[in-house]
Design a protein around this ligand. Structure first.
Ligand SMILES: Cc1cc2nc3c(=O)[nH]c(=O)nc-3n(C[C@H](O)[C@H](O)[C@H](O)COP(=O)(O)O)c2cc1C
Length: 295
């Protein structure tokens, strides 16, 4: 990182925004303090505010945006968020190249935490193959049988007796599992909803925040899909089944990882269905209020 002194006007905007205080302003001259240089986290804020393009860092790419292109009013955003909903009925078509490219751009614009490339390195798999989606669904059903058995064990029942919120949570989970398995018997797919496409995100599990990176990217992709008028739905059960440590010993899951070219040391989180919406949703659905406490 250095300042191109022939361009710099010494306006000190960089010094005002730098969170790591690496710039010094002395007698109207802006310089980089060598003793603070290591604190630079390459957030790029100084480059972004510099009216002269005078700050150079070859690691950082920056692109000028027009003000008009970035103004999204609060009401417009609220309405967009209100109208987004989980979609569970799709036309049986795959995504177009344009849609995939758009989603790839949305993914690359997702904020990611962590200081090493490996943590930031998230991979996305779009699954269109019907047989593969069927296998993943079948595997998740199998996992649910195992999970139910585990949740009904003597030890879990003892733990339940001592903690009522744990008990309620588990009872609800078991009830839900029972319902999904019963629906399967009636040929109703409440796991992947016969969706034509699934998306799976995975990354290296090397930091406490690596899973957050996946989940944030997942929702950003889902919002991008909404902008394309595509429907999406989180598939929490599938995601849970595919990331279970014990389940990784399952031959079926190993095969799925192999086919998806996901190395076994990667973690999966963020599985969602995506496709063209079958219906036209004319009403916004009610959602619970969320309280904010200010102290
Ligand atoms: C972490 C997470 C996991 C979810 N898992 C499932 C799931 O397995 N199946 C499903 O149909 N919906 C699932 N959902 C969708 C929620 O049911 C849905 O987002 C919620 O009811 C609100 O509805 P909306 O998305 O239409 O606003 C999940 C949502 C989240 C946030």
């Amino acid at each position: 990182m250095y300042i191109n002194k022939t361009k710099c006007l010494n306006c000190s905007l960089c010094a005002q925004v730098c969170p790591s205080k690496i710039f010094a302003v002395c007698r109207n001259q802006v310089t980089i303090k060598s003793e603070n240089k290591d604190y630079c986290m390459e957030c790029g804020d100084c480059i972004s505010v510099c009216p002269q393009d005078a700050i150079i860092n070859s690691n950082l790419f920056s692109e000028k945006m027009k003000e008009d292109d970035i103004s999204l009013g609060p009401e417009q955003l609220l309405n967009f968020m209100k109208s987004r909903r989980s979609i569970r009925s799709y036309n049986l078509t795959n995504l177009s190249e344009y849609e995939k490219e758009y989603l790839a751009k949305m993914a690359s614009l997702t904020p990611r935490g962590g200081h090493t490339k490996s943590i930031r390195n998230t991979s996305i798999v779009i699954i269109e193959n019907e047989e593969l989606i069927k296998n993943i669904t079948e595997y998740t059903y199998e996992y649910m049988y195992i999970l139910k058995k585990r949740l009904s064990s003597v030890w879990v029942n003892i733990a339940k007796a001592f903690n009522s919120s744990f008990r309620n949570g588990l009872d609800n989970t078991i009830e839900r599992i029972d319902l999904i398995l019963k629906a399967k018997g009636d040929n109703i797919n409440m796991l992947t909803y016969d969706a034509p496409n699934l998306v799976i995100l995975h990354n290296e599990k090397s930091s406490p925040i690596s899973k957050d990176n996946l989940n944030i990217m997942e929702y950003q992709l889902m919002l991008g899909a909404e902008a394309l008028n595509l429907g999406t739905c989180f598939l929490g059960w599938v995601s849970f089944a595919m990331q279970s440590f014990r389940a990784k010993k399952s031959y079926k899951l190993k095969e799925i990882y192999k086919t998806l070219e996901i190395p076994s040391d990667r973690q999966i989180s963020g599985v969602f269905s995506i496709g063209q919406k079958k219906g036209r949703y004319r009403k916004i659905k009610g959602r619970g209020e969320t309280a904010i406490l200010t102290k």
